[in-house]
Design a binder for this molecule. Structure first.
Ligand SMILES: CC(C)(COP(=O)([O-])OP(=O)([O-])OC[C@H]1O[C@@H](n2cnc3c(N)ncnc32)[C@H](O)[C@@H]1OP(=O)([O-])[O-])[C@@H](O)C(=O)NCCC(=O)NCCSC(=O)C[C@@](C)(O)CC(=O)[O-]
Length: 302
């Protein structure tokens, strides 16, 4: 089986990773994290979200963070926008890409964005149109594609259905998200195969939380299908406010280490990435969740 020779990594640490932190993280620290990620070679960074500050207070400084980051022409900066209000607030901050997020599960849709799946698609349609009119690419995240904290198992049929709805309103790229990290390799392949009915390989990505330690295996299973774009979160930061017990995304350091071992190019410098993870973990006052980061840091100490 031939695996892709190159993988694009989207570091979602500044957004997905930090959104659930109880203590406020300063705007300056968020901007510093973005700076360190791009210095490590990340070309796609999810910076913040334009959601209700009552729902997700940690992202309330979205405009300030977007103003504080030092942009590089070769890096794409994305932000989450759940509705037109979010898009209107985001546009002046010049994101390269916006993310709309639907769920494969009705219950999660209600908890996360306070509306049904059908209503969310209706809500996203004008957001997608307005983003395209502004020349901005739209990524869709499909939450709970492998399981839901409220509904349990999610069938591939549901993934295919919502992927189709996202495609129909013009979403350019689909991220299949295992929000609570319950997916296992063959189930992940089944979900991705259904999503591939609506999105081409180059516009499909995997977003795997590592709650049950399956994320790297799931990435490998995705590579077997030719999927070559993955979200990951430096230091393994994160957890979803609407998915109790969900841990962070797979750590970017762990993904880079595995891909390096497979001879798959990412353009990411592992040492500099570990520095970024150590920096933000220091800000948060705890060690990185990433096992690779811990091993590299321990080796440095000698
Ligand atoms: C979607 C809404 C806004 C609907 O929230 P709602 O309460 O249904 O919205 P509403 O239209 O009735 O408005 C209520 C209030 O929110 C305000 N409001 C309305 N929209 C915005 C906005 N864009 N920005 C700022 N403020 C906003 C609006 O102005 C109003 O303010 P008030 O009059 O009460 O003062 C809300 O449910 C929300 O913000 N939810 C947060 C969702 C979120 O951020 N979840 C985490 C990210 S998704 C995720 O992590 C999963 C992912 C992507 O990583 C993949 C995975 O792993 O699954």
């Amino acid at each position: 089986m031939t695996l892709p020779t190159r993988v694009s990594l989207v570091d979602v640490g500044p957004r997905d990773g930090l959104q659930n932190e109880k203590e406020p993280v300063s705007t300056a620290h968020k901007a510093q994290l973005v700076a360190m990620l791009q210095a490590a070679g990340l070309k796609e960074i999810e910076v913040t979200s334009f959601v209700s500050p009552k729902w997700v207070p940690q992202m309330a400084d979205n405009v300030a963070v977007m103003a504080a980051i030092e942009r590089r022409a070769d890096v794409r900066y994305s932000v989450l926008t759940p509705n037109l209000k979010g898009l209107e607030a985001a546009l002046p901050t010049r994101p390269d890409e916006i993310v709309v997020f639907a769920a494969a599960s009705e219950a999660f849709s209600q908890k996360n964005i306070n509306c049904s799946i059908a209503e969310s698609i209706e809500r996203f349609a004008p957001v997608v149109q307005a983003a395209h009119a502004a020349g901005i690419k739209v990524r869709g995240a499909l939450s709970c594609a492998l399981g839901c904290p409220y509904e349990g198992e999610i069938s591939p049929d549901k993934v295919e259905r919502v992927a189709g709805l996202m495609r129909a309103i013009g979403v350019d790229h689909l991220g299949v998200a295992d929000t609570i990290g319950v997916g296992t390799p063959r189930k992940v392949q089944a979900a991705l195969e259904r999503a591939l009915k609506h999105f081409p390989l180059q516009e499909l990505s995997g977003h795997f939380h590592d709650t049950y330690g399956q994320a790297l295996a799931n990435i490998y299973a995705s590579l077997e299908l030719g999927v070559h774009t993955f979200d990951a979160s430096v230091a393994g930061l994160g957890g979803c406010p609407y998915a109790k017990g969900a841990t962070g995304n797979v750590a970017t350091e762990d993904v880079v280490f595995m891909l390096n071992g497979l001879g798959i190019e990412t353009g990411v410098d592992l040492d500099k990435l570990v520095d970024a993870g150590a920096f933000i973990s220091g800000v948060l006052g705890r060690p990185p969740v990433s096992r690779v980061a811990r091993a590299v840091l321990a080796k440095r100490v000698g």
